[in-house]
Design a protein around this ligand. Structure first.
Ligand SMILES: [Zn+2]
Ligand SMILES: [Zn+2]
Length: 94
């Protein structure tokens, strides 16, 4: 019985760590091949880039990774010809 509780605790702890980590750093994943990239940092202030969306003139949304300190932003990474999706939202599949 104790073993189960220990296992459960480990599982919850791991889940929380993943949650927290995802909230801190943006993790981009390719929906086609599963390629992932994480830990993008700003070269000027070395802060973790945060995921955001901007709306272009034609109304389409583009994922971007921007510096929380306002140094600037880059377009979110691409893989297999598509924007990589970001997993910082609460809709994590795990
Ligand atoms: Zn890919
Ligand atoms: Zn910066």
């Amino acid at each position: 019985m104790n073993k189960i509780i220990t296992k459960l605790r480990k599982f919850i702890l791991r889940y929380l760590i993943i949650k927290i980590r995802n909230r801190i750093m943006a993790e981009f994943t390719c929906e086609h091949c599963g390629m992932g990239v994480t830990g993008l940092t700003c070269a000027k202030c070395s802060a973790e880039l945060v995921h955001d969306h901007i709306t272009k003139d034609d109304g389409t949304q583009v994922g971007v990774a921007k510096c929380p300190n306002g140094c600037g932003m880059i377009k979110s990474p691409m893989c297999c010809g598509n924007d990589m999706s970001c997993s910082t939202s609460d809709s994590a599949s795990e």
